[in-house]
Structures are given as C-alpha cells and as structure tokens.
Ligand binder design. Structure first.
Ligand SMILES: [Zn+2]
Ligand SMILES: [Zn+2]
Length: 124
C-alpha cells in the first residue's frame, strides 16, 4: 500500500470521527485521554456516551456545547459540555492537543462577565 492509500484508508474509518460542528476529521487517539469525545479545534462534542466514557450508549446524539472549564484536585482541566438536545451536563477530560486559546477563553469567561463590579475586589 502506498503512503497515500494508507492515509485515505484512515480517513473516516473507525479511527476518526468528523466533527459535526466545524467539520474537522478528528483522530480518536489523542495524547492525555483514552476516549476522545470532543473536537480539539472547536471543543464541541456529541452526546454519545451514557454512563461511562466510551460506552456509546446514549440515544441522544445531539451536539454538546463546551460551556466552562473545571479544575480537578490534581490540577487537571476538565471541560463542561451541555447537550443541545437534552440539556444534560457532562465532564470531559481535556486532551493534549485541544485548542489552548478556546480553553483559555472558556476559563476566563466568568471573569469577563462578573455579576458585580470587579473594582470592588480591590477594597476587600
Ligand atoms: Zn470541531
Ligand atoms: Zn443529549
């Protein structure tokens, strides 16, 4: 098999999925996660898993929007996804090649939209 054929055989096969939000072909193998379930380019996911990551048991299948970042005790960043179809919230580990700019944007979102005047912090 030539290099080119191998490349084509891999595209769209079981080793990758196409992001339904931005259209990127995403290889399933990723650094830092065993079950990649979101797009590293736009961070959107799909509601495919039911109880545990990778079980592919959910009937929903709707797109899941990345809405926030959470941090685990060991400092690991976790993405919070909300399903556009059923509103379910999901926590997903970030992967080593996730778009760092988008991750940062999610992380600082609450600071950019504080429910109180941020100057007040200086007086505390
Ligand atoms: Zn995408
Ligand atoms: Zn859903």
């Amino acid at each position: 098999m030539s290099r080119d054929q191998r490349h084509r055989a891999r595209r769209g096969g079981p080793n990758s999925f196409r992001c339904r939000h931005c259209g990127l072909d995403v290889p399933i193998q990723a650094f830092g996660t065993a079950h990649r379930n979101h797009c590293p380019n736009c961070l959107w996911s799909r509601h495919l898993d039911d109880d545990s990551p990778g079980d592919r048991d959910a009937d929903c299948g709707s797109l899941m929007e990345p809405i926030a970042i959470s941090v685990r005790g060991d400092g690991e960043w976790v993405l919070v996804h909300r399903c556009r179809g059923c509103e379910e919230l999901r926590l997903n580990r970030t992967a080593g090649d996730d778009n760092p700019l988008l991750l940062l944007r999610l992380a600082v979102k609450p600071l950019a939209q504080t429910p109180f005047p941020i100057e007040r912090i200086a007086q505390v």
